[in-house]
Write a protein of this length. Structure first.
Length: 362
């Protein structure tokens, strides 16, 4: 993978893989941390959420012809808590005092409501300033245990809850959720970009991406099935470290050096892919799926993740091909930008998430 390149570079033009860095990886790390500390100090009061991209979640468990238990779950962001609310059909009555619980990653509100005739076939919507940027996954559990799953988006903030939903419709919802989770999970994509910048050989690239896919599919399944789990804050910090790890490896490639990662990138992709799989699983485990729903949800969500990942890889490869065909020449700073983007953001997220992790222990 070479991005960008020129077929006949001028003396002052460099490709991302070929320009001669005058720094050693250790100096590279120190500079990354200095840059990240500056960025972090400027944005100290603004928590980043690059990894956990979860939709707002609403569960409606029908307990009688006209009654429902409600679970309203928001990611732990004040803008969402104050900026988005469910809007039920006219005539709906809240019949219990809402119980609010704050967990490390979310705000959870529980209450009961009643509506004559039930919600099936009735319009439902979300409202508020945050409704323009947040997706809402709505899960209706019927008295016989079957479920209906619909998704509200900024482009479609209201729907009519169907009386019955086919398995194809449910599968589509989970596939879309998987695609969204990978394409909006910036740190996952940055890790994949780092792999693309390290691997030159096309066959090795296929091997490396396949290894990453296999690894995160394993832990995604293990976590979703409930056999293992990883605490959120340490997991996020470890995922950030996996991105930071690739920064100096990219520099070594560009300087013509070698290492275990450069010789066998598929091994590193597999090991770190196990961590990223636990991150992907957060998009499913947060839904509290029943045993009957897990096989379909796991399969379709993973298909969505792979579709999003494949789309990202194809886009990057097409950009590389375009740069080569157009014979674009790059200045030193422009050629270095992808490398320092991977390294600097990896360092920034590592510092931030470790800070958040230790702050949460106090």
């Amino acid at each position: 993978m070479k991005l960008p390149t020129s077929s006949s570079p001028a003396p002052e033009d460099f490709s991302v893989f070929r320009f001669p860095f005058s720094i050693f990886p250790s100096t590279f790390i120190r500079r990354l941390f200095k840059l990240s500390l500056i960025v972090y100090s400027l944005s100290f009061f603004h928590a980043a959420s690059a990894h956990e991209v979860q939709p707002v979640y609403l569960e409606l468990h029908q307990t009688g012809p006209d009654t429902y238990n409600v679970l309203w779950k928001l990611p732990a962001r004040e803008d969402l808590r104050q900026g988005i609310v469910p809007v039920f059909p006219a005539g709906t009555k809240i019949t219990s005092e809402p119980l609010l619980v704050k967990t490390p990653g979310a705000y959870i509100e529980r209450y009961t409501l009643s509506l004559a005739g039930g919600l099936a076939g009735r319009p439902f919507a979300v409202a508020g300033a945050a409704a323009a940027v947040a997706d809402v996954l709505v899960r209706v559990i019927l008295p016989d245990g079957t479920t209906e799953i619909v998704r509200l988006t900024p482009a479609m903030p209201s729907i009519t809850i169907p009386a019955q939903q086919s398995n194809w419709q449910k599968a589509g919802s989970f596939i879309r959720q998987g695609v969204d989770h990978i394409l909006m999970g910036v740190d996952h994509l940055l890790f994949v970009l780092g792999l693309l910048l390290i691997v030159r050989d096309r066959w090795m690239l296929v091997k490396t991406i396949t290894s990453f896919t296999l690894a995160h599919s394993i832990t995604l399944a293990i976590a979703t099935l409930g056999y293992a789990s990883a605490p959120t804050l340490p997991l996020n910090a470890a995922i950030a470290l996996s991105i930071l790890f690739l920064g100096p490896e990219i520099v070594r490639v560009q300087r013509g050096e070698t290492s275990l990662t450069i010789r066998h990138p598929w091994v590193v992709a597999f090991l770190f892919g196990l961590l990223h799989g636990f991150g992907f699983a957060s998009g499913l485990t947060a839904l509290g799926l029943s045993h009957q729903e897990i096989p379909l949800a796991l399969l379709c969500f993973n298909i969505g993740v792979e579709m999003g990942q494949l789309f990202f890889v194809i886009v990057i490869l097409l950009l590389e091909q375009s740069f080569r065909v157009l014979e674009i020449r790059w200045t030193r700073w422009a050629a270095a930008l992808p490398t320092y983007t991977v390294g600097s953001l990896g360092a920034y997220w590592t510092i931030q998430r470790i800070w958040i992790m230790f702050a949460g222990l106090n």
